[in-house]
Design a protein around this ligand. Structure first.
Ligand code: FAD
Ligand code: DLZ
Ligand code: SF4
Length: 511
């Protein structure tokens, strides 16, 4: 018989390691302490994943598969994937282990050891839930020192056929409707109410377990209502396409206080753990467009995030590992302040984004990029600390997707491998795209001195610190030209304000 290990982010019935399942084979799934604590994940993330794993195992078992499921509190649980495989090899006469490749380098390294370690053949199959293979990505990327998502995305559109005409042209005549994805939310436009999924006995048991074992981890488990089964995930996807997708495109970059989800799909955790397949998400979005139920800027914007950004980011991770996480081109060394863990800051945009993250293990892309990420870039926080924070706090976070978004997209720590410029912005951007500033103690229009928005002086301090690099880049040289026209006292004042602000941050490293 074959022993098929299924990891917590592999909850797909069509997984490559399950495809040729035969009677007599055993599917092994294990809740292990090492995975829950290699970083101290948000409680909600652990609860979501364990609940999803248990439901997936139940569904498999109901369809007649022999599932061996090890719960976290089961006696003898060794606490690691390797330990659980070792124990399972003692329970069954195993002729081969079959796995689907892990999403993270760390776990892939373990997988590569198993055959030698156990003396049993271990077949590692590709994860073909992704549309692009590692080889296809590497072939596309070649030896280039800079990679641009837009060109990769066009290739993916051609290869997948999404939103293409029979003549091989992009539907609507353009590849990208990004410029139509940037409207702030006008007064009167409200986000649709979301479906809630009731906590059943399985999920309730998991929530109690997480509270008991990981009660001191970041975040809250209150009002847990996220999908944890394949059926609920599909329901949520259908709801999104019908109710939120039509406005997703237009208001993709908007933020509003007290509205964490707006028109975003909230599907990333479901796609990343395998309950939803990225292709079915794109199929449904395209079908809604072809039925005239959603506009092109919405369908294209959503499909671009999935077959473009998501695939591209994964390709970058595997191409650049194992040392990608070590990059720190801008030499940023400041410690992450405690308020990233407590939410206690009077910068309203940060307070709102962190409080929502604590409550929901979710913040939408622009909060992650232009509020939290922008602040980390401007303040010069150590990339390793920022990586850990993003990996801990979001329910969709796995290193393959978190790391390039942090290292490459927000911190420019890889020197612009795929970001055409550092995404640095003053308070003006946040004010344009949100209503946070109107409710803040700081004045977004004020550039320096008492009461000025910290993003404003931090921005000019950042430009001054990185002057030479930014002057060489045509996308940032205008900011340098503006800096050069500023009176020297103003630049010095921005630098002094920044020093005072940053030196006052406390960073104990505890969370
Ligand atoms: P929507 O806005 O509805 O977008 C649809 C889907 O597109 C998402 O569900 C996701 O699957 C995909 N997507 C969109 N943007 C990206 C992107 N940049 N990279 C990869 N996939 C993308 N996403 C994660 O899944 N896990 C992470 O750990 C993660 N960390 C991030 C860290 C930073 C600093 C930044 C800037 C972004 C990060 N993202 C991450 C990407 C993105 O912010 C989230 O995928 C998105 O906010 C999830 O919400 P949603 O499902 O409502 O997405
Ligand atoms: C994130 C996570 C957590 C918290 N716990 C488990 C677990 O107990 N068992 C498991 O199989 N997977 C878990 N995961 C997901 C893994 O960390 C993920 O599969 C690896 O990072 C490989 O991508
Ligand atoms: Fe954030 Fe500045 Fe606006 Fe306050 S004024 S919410 S700190 S951007």
């Amino acid at each position: 018989m074959k022993l098929r290990l299924v990891l917590g982010d592999q909850l797909s019935r069509s997984l490559s390691s399950l495809r040729d399942l035969k009677p007599g084979d055993v599917v092994l799934m294990a809740e292990v302490h090492d995975e829950a604590t290699y970083v101290r994940h948000h409680k909600r993330k652990i609860a979501f994943l364990f609940a999803a794993m248990r439901h997936f195992a139940d569904d498999l078992a109901k369809s007649g598969v022999h599932v061996d499921y090890v719960k976290l509190d089961d006696e003898g649980n060794s606490g690691s994937f390797t330990g659980e495989l070792q124990r399972a090899l003692g329970r069954y006469a195993v002729e081969a282990i079959v796995v689907t490749e892990a999403g993270e380098w760390r776990v892939m390294e373990m997988m590569r050891q198993w055959e030698a370690e156990f003396g049993v053949p271990c077949e590692i199959r590709p994860d073909d839930r992704f549309l692009a293979t590692h080889e296809a990505f590497d072939q596309w990327a070649g030896r280039s020192k800079t990679l641009r998502m837009e060109f990769f995305y066009r290739e993916m559109r051609k290869r997948s056929g999404y939103l293409m005409t029979p003549l091989g042209e992009p539907v609507g005549g353009r590849w990208n409707y990004d410029e139509e994805n940037r409207e702030p939310l006008p007064a009167g436009v409200e986000a649709p109410p979301r479906p809630h999924y009731a906590v059943d006995a399985t999920t309730a048991e998991v929530i109690a377990l997480v509270e008991r074992r990981f009660g001191n981890h970041f975040g809250s488990l209150d009002e847990f209502d996220y999908p944890v089964t394949r059926r609920q995930a599909l329901h949520y996807l259908r709801w999104f396409v019908a109710e939120a997708l039509p406005k997703f495109g237009t208001f993709q970059d908007a933020m509003r206080q007290g509205q964490p989800l707006l028109f975003h799909s909230h599907l990333s955790a479901l796609i990343n753990c395998g309950l939803l397949d990225p292709r079915e998400c794109c199929d449904m979005a395209e079908a809604a467009y072809r039925d005239d139920a959603v506009p092109l800027n919405a369908a294209e914007g959503f499909i671009r995030q999935i077959i473009g950004w998501r695939e591209f980011i994964r390709g970058v991770y595997w191409r650049e590992m194992p040392d990608y996480g070590e990059r720190n081109l801008l030499n940023a060394t400041r410690k992450l302040p405690d308020f990233f863990w407590t939410g206690q800051t009077d910068l309203n945009c940060l307070h709102q984004s962190i409080a929502e993250t604590q409550a929901n293990a979710y913040a939408h892309h622009i909060q992650r990029l232009m509020v939290l990420g922008n602040f980390c870039l401007l303040a010069g926080f150590d990339p390793k600390e920022v990586q850990e924070w993003y990996l801990v706090v979001y329910h969709d976070a796995y290193e393959w997707v978190e790391m390039p978004n942090v290292v490459g997209m927000i911190l420019y720590a890889d020197g612009g491998l795929f970001a055409s410029k550092p995404y640095a912005a003053s308070g003006n951007y946040i004010n344009k795209m949100s209503d946070y500033c109107g409710k803040c103690v700081y004045d977004v229009k004020k550039r320096q001195g008492e009461g000025a928005c910290p993003f404003n002086y931090l921005y000019w301090d950042f430009v001054a610190r990185n002057r030479n690099r930014m002057a060489r880049n045509p996308r940032t040289s205008r900011s340098v030209a503006t800096l050069d026209r500023m009176a020297p006292e103003k630049v010095e004042a921005a630098q002094a304000d920044s020093r005072r602000f940053l030196d006052a941050l406390t960073a104990t490293g505890d969370y």
